[in-house]
Structures are given as C-alpha cells and as structure tokens.
Design a protein around this ligand. Structure first.
Ligand SMILES: [Zn+2]
Length: 289
C-alpha cells in the first residue's frame, strides 16, 4: 500500500545454482568467499565461448520477451513489527526478506527498476528472462539498514517510493544517496502521504509536482514514476499524475503489471510479514497472467 506509515552459495555448486540470467560479474559478488573456484568456473565459461556471449547473458535471451508482464513486489517496513503495531503485515523481518530474495534468485528472477521495465515496454529495451521489481513504500530506516545490503549481495537494484515527509525516518538525504549509489531508483509517493482523492486540485498538484521536484533536486533522479499513497486514486487523481509528467503509477491492486494496461493503474503484489520464500513463489505463479 502506499501505507498508513507505520512508522551463498560457494564452490562448484554455485555455478549450477545460478539462474540463467546471471553474469560473471554477479557470480563473483555472490561467490566472493570462494573466489578461486568462481574464477575457475568463469575461466571454463570463457573457454567455451565467453561468459558475456554465453546463453546466460540477459541480452541473449530476452529478445522475444521485452513486452512481457512484470511482477512489481510491494514492501513496506523491513524490520520486526513493534509490539502493538496496527498493521503488522506491513513489517517483513530481515531474515524473511533474505529468504525471499534467495527463493527469487533460485527461481531465476532478476530485479530491475521501473525505468528498465518502461524502456523495455516502450523503447525497445531489454529485460532479463524473469524480471521482478522490488518496490519499498514510504521510506524507513530498514530500507537502508536491511534491504540495501541484502539486495547488494544479490547485485540487484531496489525502487524506493519515497514520501518526502518520511525522509528523516529513512535516515535523511545521505541515507537515500547510499541507495542511489547502489543503483536504486527513487520514485515519488507524494509529500505528506495524503488520501489524494480528498485533496483540492491545487493541493493535489502540489503533492505531485513538489515531491518530484524535491527528489530531483536532492538526488538528481528523474522520478518518472509515482506510487499512490494507500492506493487511493480515482480518475481525477490519475489525470493529475499524468499532467505532472509521470510516465506511470503503481497501485495496491494485486496482479502483474502489463504493458498493454493503463500505465497509471499498474498493479503490484504485496509481500506481507511472515511470507516464506516458497509462498512468495507460489503467489507469483498464481497471479501470473
Ligand atoms: Zn505509503
């Protein structure tokens, strides 16, 4: 939701366990403790045709799938739910998050940004064989403390849907810059996280344009994508999002995002606290178009 804000493998088996879309670069990151064996694996790959040119390279296998539907996962807080939390399902423990990432990797998923999805859908860009977007709503400390290192280990980017009023909870501008440096995309989730359907036209315009401008000015990010706070939208809000210059916007409706659907009402898939890796994969299978 745009929520009510609540506040490796190693050795030879490593190569066998990698999803097909992986590059040697990512393999090195993942297998860092066993770099010698990784080097041997890469040397063998190079000997049989070059790692970059092998069937494992995303570019080599995505040609016919550039317009495919993409699951956009929706996370909120990465961290334990405090006692008495009003919406405990919005809290995902770091250990559960790490297990979900491992399950996604083993199943062959590779994380991408909204920009990559958009470019693949509309500008001939390429996606990996099994793309997934990991989006994090609001902005909170666990995004930097837990999600950032876990995603970095996988060599994956995240997408922060930042509501500007929660910037201090996230750790301030320096913390968000760490995300940007790690390849994260920073998108807008408004300034104050209001129910946009209840605002005047002027207030609505301010929430949409001001949040975009602040993110751009602070982080140099283009911020072409928006996430509706608490998933609240109607026709007027959608028109305002478009008029503010956003290319697309995500909701809390469950499902895959499709290139042929309304770009200002893209579904996502909420990942709730306690969701196991296998349960997440089942959910993705069940919702796949
Ligand atoms: Zn939110």
């Amino acid at each position: 939701m745009g929520s009510p804000h609540p506040p490796t493998a190693s050795g030879p088996g490593c190569a066998a366990a990698f999803p097909p879309a992986y590059s040697c670069r990512v393999m090195e990151q993942r297998c860092a403790p066993a770099w010698i064996l990784t080097a041997i694996v890469c040397a063998v790959l190079l000997a049989i045709g070059g790692c970059a040119g092998s069937a494992r390279a995303p570019e080599a296998q995505a040609t016919e799938q550039v317009r495919q539907p993409v699951p956009i996962l929706m996370y909120h807080v990465i961290g334990p739910a405090p006692t008495g939390a009003r919406l405990p399902a919005l809290f995902v423990r770091p250990a559960h998050f790490a297990a979900q990432l491992r399950a996604l990797e083993r199943a062959g998923y590779e994380a991408v940004t909204m920009r990559q999805v958009w470019d693949a859908w509309h500008h001939g860009g390429r996606l990996p064989r099994r793309p997934v977007v990991l989006s994090f709503d609001d902005g909170s400390a666990g995004h930097v403390r837990h999600a950032l290192p876990a995603l970095r280990r996988a060599g994956w980017p995240g997408v922060l849907n930042l509501a500007w009023r929660f910037l201090p909870d996230t750790g301030g501008e320096s913390a968000v810059r760490r995300l940007v440096r790690a390849g994260w995309e920073i998108d807008s989730h408004s300034i104050t996280h209001p129910d946009l359907t209840r605002l005047t036209d002027a207030e609505l315009r301010s929430e949409l344009t001001e949040s975009r401008a602040r993110i751009r000015d602070a982080f140099g990010a283009r911020t072409d994508f928006f996430a509706y706070p608490s998933g609240r939208l109607d026709g007027r809000v959608k028109r305002a999002v478009r008029a503010a210059g956003y290319l697309a916007a995500t909701t809390v409706r469950a499902g895959y995002a499709k290139p042929t659907a309304d770009p200002y009402a893209l579904p996502r898939i909420q990942v709730s606290g306690g969701t196991s890796g296998p349960a997440l994969l089942r959910r993705l299978r069940d919702l796949r178009p």
